[in-house]
Design a protein around this ligand. Structure first.
Ligand code: PHE
Length: 525
């Protein structure tokens, strides 16, 4: 509302109080909105110029029907009037004469002894009537009468009136009352200090009750909040974040280097989005962008965990790696008998939207082979699968993935690690179910008892990477690597009680929902 409104209302209040000790705002300031009245009174009260009390009272208001009666008479009156003007009125014609008033009006007019029946006719028995119902409603409408409790109950039952609450204020002069708001000083100045004017200056009071303007700040998406929490958990355990900033990869990094056979169902059209242009990738080769990302990752790792600088012991040889991958698929190598099929270079170099972040882990592990040493890597980013979309599936989602490389790792160590990791999300008592991934052996699905949901839920997939995957990279045979993956959406949906994934990701997301979600801290509740 314009400031001028409050200012003029403020002045009106001061003017009125100069001649009366007390004003009732509903009577003294008719037509002024109650919120304007309150703003003006608060302004004056904060300066002790007025004091006021809030009065909540009930007011009887006419309904549409009540207002109609007040204007043109009660149903019984209309019936009597119609009968009187015709002298005798055939009963079946009453409806034509008075419309809807006929039903209620005839009975009432007869009970009032205004009319009576004579066979098929209605006749008037009085010369004049007093329409008390109309008079009462008219008086209520002009607030000249308040009906007694019994009458009020009756009028309410007949839906002629309703009772509404109205707020008004009773204001009086305060200790600092004046006809006008004195000039107010908002800032103390050096001049005022020097001259001593500050001692008598009239300072504008602070309004500690002011709500302030809406800040309309940005808000992190719930997935980003849960992602931030996962990153904390990983960083606290010495993990380094892998560079995941490309969604398109070759079949080599997404599948073949992971020992996924080319005829594996996960590779066919149903699950993988293939890229048609450009039609195929280059063979794996040194990539300046990837080098840069890798250097940044290793740098942050050195800073965070005081890791030694990697000292490459041999130059990466992509021809050797390529040949190793081909050999292990086609005829077996590194102690494995392989799959024994005709491996196709074309299939390997098809471009895909990555179906898992394990494509990134694979790339990072092949770099680790330059200087094999204990390492912990994680990533949280988007992956794509050509699935039919429903309440719990989208064609894209986010994967949380962790990889640990060390000498002498055991499956028991992975299980213990996972128990510790998930307990930080409030999930205890893990159960492991044997599973199959082409790139891990053994593989385990992870189930957890979710205390909040009170049931067992599948929460992830894990396993020890196969030598068929690690040895062609040049990692030493006594180095073990295990990994695990889960979706970011699942814990987010549980955390924020979202039952339809489309409310979380995609074009149906409600911005208000995003803005209102609190930060997340996983704890054991
Ligand atoms: N890539 C697996 C998936 O898509 C997760 C996984 C990662 C499994 C690492 C084992 C090791 O579910």
């Amino acid at each position: 509302l314009p400031v001028a409104d409050t200012a003029s209302t403020t002045q009106k209040v001061l003017d009125l109080l100069s001649s009366t000790p007390e004003i009732k705002t509903d009577e003294a300031l008719p037509g002024v909105q109650q919120q304007d009245v309150k703003a003006a009174l608060d302004r004056l009260a904060s300066r002790a110029m007025v004091e006021y009390d809030t009065k909540e009272s009930e007011r009887v208001l006419l309904t549409k029907e009540g207002a109609l009666i007040a204007a043109s008479g009660s149903h019984e009156f209309k019936v009597w009037e119609a009968v009187k003007s015709k002298g005798r009125l055939p009963m079946k014609e009453l409806g034509n004469e008075v419309g809807e008033s006929a039903g209620v009006g005839q009975g009432k007019a007869m009970r009032n002894k205004w009319i009576k029946k004579e066979g098929e006719f209605l006749v008037s028995v009085v010369e004049s009537v007093q329409d008390t119902a109309r008079e009462l409603l008219a008086q209520i409408q002009e607030s000249k009468a308040t009906p007694d409790a019994k009458t009020l109950a009756d009028l309410k039952k007949r839906k002629l009136v309703t009772v509404g609450k109205v707020i008004s204020y009773v204001a009086r002069k305060g200790p600092k009352y004046a006809r006008e708001i004195p000039v107010e000083v908002t800032d103390i100045t050096a001049d005022m200090l020097a001259s001593g004017a500050w001692q008598t200056a009239n300072f504008k009071p602070y309004n500690f009750k002011a709500l302030g303007g809406g800040q309309n700040p940005g808000a992190l998406h719930p997935l980003n909040k849960v992602r931030a929490e996962f990153r904390n958990i990983f960083f606290n355990q010495g993990f380094v974040e892998m560079p995941t900033n490309h969604f398109v990869d070759s079949g080599f990094w997404n599948f073949d280097a992971l020992f996924v056979p080319q005829q594996h169902p996960a590779r066919d059209m149903q699950d993988t989005f293939f890229i048609s242009d450009p039609p195929r990738a280059d063979r794996p080769r040194p990539d300046p962008h990837a080098e840069e990302a890798m250097a940044a990752m290793e740098e942050s790792s050195r800073k965070l965990f005081a890791e030694p600088t990697p000292r490459p012991t041999k130059p990466r040889n992509y021809q050797e790696y390529w040949d190793g991958v081909r050999a292990v698929h086609e005829k077996g190598a590194f102690g494995s008998i392989g799959y024994r099929y005709n491996w196709s270079e074309d299939e390997c170099l098809r471009l895909v939207l990555r179906t898992h972040t394990t494509a990134i882990s694979t790339w990072v592990l092949h770099r680790l082979a330059e200087d094999p040493r204990p390492a912990r890597y994680f990533s949280i980013d988007r992956v794509f699968r050509n699935e039919s979309v429903d309440a719990t599936h989208l064609a894209e989602f986010h994967q949380v993935e962790g990889v640990i490389a060390d000498f002498g790792l055991t499956l028991g160590g992975l299980m213990k690690f996972l128990e510790d990791f998930f307990s930080k999300l409030g999930i205890e008592d893990l159960r492991f179910k044997p599973a199959y991934n082409p790139y891990t052996e053994p593989s385990m699905e992870i189930f957890g008892y979710h205390i909040g949901l009170g049931k067992w839920v599948e929460i992830g997939n894990s396993g020890m990477f196969r030598p068929e995957m690690l040895e062609p990279m040049g990692l030493p045979p006594n180095m073990r690597v295990y990994g695990f993956g889960l979706s970011l959406e699942r814990p987010t949906m549980i955390r924020y009680k979202v039952s339809n994934i489309r409310e979380l990701l995609g074009h149906k997301v409600d911005l208000k929902f995003v803005e209102e979600q609190p930060a997340v801290r996983f704890d054991k509740n």
